[in-house]
Design a protein around this ligand. Structure first.
Ligand SMILES: [Zn+2]
Length: 80
């Protein structure tokens, strides 16, 4: 497992909540897979996951909901 570049602590697999404030509303993506530093709590999202989040945000923008809450793994299961 990689080490945290900030504090040298162990990075562990975990999940995060990612929220974006758009002009039209708020998108909240739950259960986003990420690495979390066990020591300082810093989170890293892999580039593939970040791309997926972008797609989710774009879709949500098109819908123009005030609030959209998405569970990340469900969407991954469809497209990966
Ligand atoms: Zn750290």
């Amino acid at each position: 497992m990689e080490k945290c570049p900030l504090c040298g602590g162990q990075k562990k697999k975990g999940t995060a909540i990612y929220s974006v404030d758009l002009e039209t509303g708020v998108v909240i993506v739950r259960h986003v897979p990420c690495f979390v530093c066990a020591q300082c709590g810093e989170e890293w999202i892999e580039s593939g996951v970040a791309k997926k989040i972008e797609e989710i945000v774009e879709e949500a923008k098109a819908k123009k909901y005030q609030t959209e809450i998405v569970n990340f793994p469900q969407i991954v299961a469809v497209s990966v």
